[in-house]
Each structure stands twice: as structure tokens, then as C-alpha cells.
Design a protein around this ligand. Structure first.
Ligand SMILES: *Cc1c(COP(=O)(O)O)cnc(C)c1O
Length: 369
């Protein structure tokens, strides 16, 4: 008997994949899942019916390939985003992870580099690696913010071909001022850098937080990516998208697989967007629970990063691994994102959030003395 990794390594796998582990937050069957920033509120009954009806219509035509250009879906996404965008500005794929992969396939690759600012989304280096793109890292200040001047100079100094800005940033929750985006964009001029602002959590931002969509006019190297996995409560449907200049979408058409968005996916997403107001109705409630977590944790004496997302990163833990395990034993799964002394928790329903706060408090009280 040999172990699976040894057997895998005997395959003529690409050298840069040797020894890698696949992305995988634990999928554990416990009552309260607050670990991957899903919307825990579920799809409202009437939206569910609308999706089922739309899917039924699509099933009748499953003998045919779907609309390769997913035109109706792009129109709906453009309308949802506003900002004067049209279907020509929109690209979509099976989750924004695949959208980002398309960007790396078209603009990265061997001999090119991407730049990220950790702690940030763990998929950026993995997507860079699998597309043969080098991955460089820049720095954040001690409160996890990006300073416009410093960030722009790192972009210029590295000459990166692709820059990942995540706002609100996962796992810290912090949103970026638009001046960081515009200065980074200008600093990428010499290398003609593609600047991606990953706004997966934009809908959870405090009101008045601007979107980088505002910066798109006149910036043909800027990309703003979004997803239906979080605020829209459709993580299982797999639909991510971006807004950019039409020529960016044309570049991505060169690397997508033909018919990559199934007729079922397109029908589901269009039905959901038709009912976006109802789907997004829970966002305010989630923001309330997020703010409850921030004040609850602060009350426990734990330092908390300000959050414009549906999750909260908190520190002050001597042994985050032990707290994570004790919470799991209490039926609450949260996330150890590998930042020393910290854990990340997703805002749940009122009851889930209460259970988390109570469980954590009973663990923390004996430790903080
Ligand atoms: C969850 C998340 C995504 C979304 O991924 P999907 O593939 O659309 O489900 C993208 N970026 C960040 C930073 C995320 O946290």
C-alpha cells in the first residue's frame, strides 16, 4: 500500500503542481456553518419557485447547446450593476473563481506575474499557480489597510502584469478607498497592468461605500468582479461575473471553453436577477448580525477589524486552533485563516449569530483574565 500523494507524484504531473494541495475549506456536517461566508438565509420561497419554473423551461431545450454568449444574462447583470454599463461590458462564468481564472489565462501565464496583498483571498496564488503565472505579494499596514502611496509604489516597482485588489477584503473585511484603486491603476501604466477589484462582498458594505464600478469609464485595464454566491444566496448555482471595457470581455472569449455556462445556470441566474430585490432583502439583516458580532466581540475584549462584508476577522486569541476546535465541538464551524491569533466568522441568522456569540463567550471568559 502506498499513500495517495506518493501515487499522485508518480504521474507525469506538471512540475509546478507537485506537492500542492487542492483548495479546501473543511466541509463538516455541523448545525451552524459560519466558515465560508455563505449567505445563511436561504433563497425565499417565491424566488425558489421562479427559479424552478425557469429551469423547467430550460430543461425542455437541453438537447441543444446553450447560448454561448449568454446574452440575456449579460443584459440582466448590466441592468443590476447600473453605472451606465451594457451587456458588452459584462463577462460571466461558473463562479467568480472561474472569471478570475479566465483573466489569468488571458493576461497572465508563464513569464508574467500577478501581485496580491496578503492577508487576502487564498485563491489568488492558487489561480496564479495553476495558470503558470508568478505570484508576488505586497504589504498592508498593521490594521490590514492598504495605503494608496505605498501600494502604488509596490505596483510600479514589481512591474506586475495583474494586480488583485479585494474590496471588501477577504479575510479582513475592510473596504478600499477608491483613491487606492485609481493610484494603483496609474502606477500600472508602464507595465500595462490589468487591475482587478474583487468586490465579492460589495452588497454588504456600509451605505455610502463607493464601488470601483465608478472608476471604469476611461480605464480599459480595470476589472471589477462580483459574484452571486454571497449577497444573492446562490453559492450552489455557481455564477460570478465582471464589468470592464468590452475589449476585456473579448480577450476572455479567447480562453473560455465553448458553452461554459450551462442553460440551467443561465436560467437560474436570470430568474434570480429578475427577483433581485427579494433575494437581496436579507442583506440588511445580515449586516445587522455582522454589526452585532463586531460589538459582541469588542465587548469580550477582542480586537476586531472593521467589516464592510458579511464576516468578521477577530484577534486577541492565544490559541486560535483550540478556540476553533472548541467552537466546532459546540456545533459552530468558523474559519482559521492562518493569521496568528485570529479567526474569521461569517454573519449568520439571528439565532446562529447568538449561538456563536454565546459559545465563544463561554470559551473566552476563562481565558481572558
Ligand atoms: C467568495 C469569494 C469569491 C466568490 O467565489 P465564487 O466562485 O463566485 O463562489 C470571490 N472572491 C472572494 C474574495 C471571495 O471571498
Amino acid at each position: 500500500m502506498t499513500d495517495p500523494l506518493e501515487r499522485l507524484n508518480r504521474l507525469p504531473i506538471r512540475e509546478n503542481l507537485r506537492g500542492l494541495r487542492p483548495y479546501g475549506a473543511p466541509q463538516i456536517d455541523v448545525p451552524i456553518l459560519l466558515n465560508v461566508n455563505e449567505n445563511t438565509h436561504g433563497v425565499p420561497e417565491d424566488v425558489r419557485s421562479a427559479i424552478v419554473e425557469a429551469v423547467e423551461g430550460a430543461v425542455a431545450g437541453l438537447n441543444r447547446y446553450p447560448d454561448r454568449e449568454f446574452t440575456v444574462l449579460r443584459e440582466h447583470l448590466a441592468t443590476y450593476l447600473g453605472h451606465g454599463l451594457t451587456a458588452d461590458n459584462i463577462w460571466a462564468a461558473n463562479g467568480s473563481n472561474e472569471v478570475l481564472q479566465h483573466v489569468l489565462l488571458a493576461f497572465g501565464g508563464p513569464g508574467r506575474t500577478a501581485l496580491g496583498f496578503p492577508p487576502t483571498y487564498s485563491m489568488y496564488p492558487l489561480l496564479a499557480g495553476s495558470t503558470g503565472t508568478g505570484y508576488l505579494t505586497g504589504s498592508r499596514d498593521e490594521s490590514f489597510d492598504l495605503d494608496a502611496r505605498t501600494t502604488a509604489s509596490e505596483v510600479a516597482a514589481t512591474g506586475a502584469n495583474i494586480v488583485f485588489l479585494c474590496s471588501p477584503n477577504n479575510p479582513t473585511g475592510t473596504a478600499l478607498p477608491l483613491e487606492v484603486v485609481s493610484e494603483v491603476y496609474d502606477a500600472g501604466e508602464a507595465a500595462q497592468a490589468i487591475v482587478i477589484v474583487d468586490e465579492a462582498y460589495a452588497e454588504f458594505s456600509h451605505s455610502g461605500t463607493p464601488s470601483a464600478l465608478e472608476l471604469l469609464p476611461g480605464r480599459e485595464r480595470l476589472i471589477v468582479s462580483r459574484t452571486m454566491s454571497k449577497a444573492f444566496a446562490l453559492a450552489g448555482a455557481r455564477l460570478g461575473y465582471l464589468a470592464a471595457a468590452p475589449e476585456i470581455a473579448d480577450a476572455l472569449r479567447l480562453v473560455r471553453l465553448p458553452y461554459h455556462l450551462s442553460a440551467i445556470t443561465q436560467a437560474t441566474a436570470v430568474a434570480a436577477l429578475t427577483h433581485s430585490a427579494k433575494l437581496l432583502a436579507n442583506v440588511d439583516e445580515i449586516k445587522r448580525q455582522r454589526d452585532r458580532i463586531v460589538s459582541g466581540l469588542t465587548g469580550m475584549g477582542l480586537p476586531v477589524a472593521p467589516s464592510d462584508s458579511n464576516f468578521v476577522l477577530f484577534g486577541g486569541l492565544d490559541d486560535p486552533g483550540a478556540v476553533w476546535q472548541d467552537l466546532l465541538d459546540a456545533g459552530v464551524l468558523i474559519r482559521d485563516v492562518g493569521i496568528p491569533g485570529h479567526l474569521r466568522v461569517t454573519a449568520g441568522t439571528q439565532e446562529e449569530t447568538t449561538t456563536f456569540l454565546k459559545a465563544l463567550e463561554s470559551l473566552i471568559r476563562p481565558r481572558v483574565s
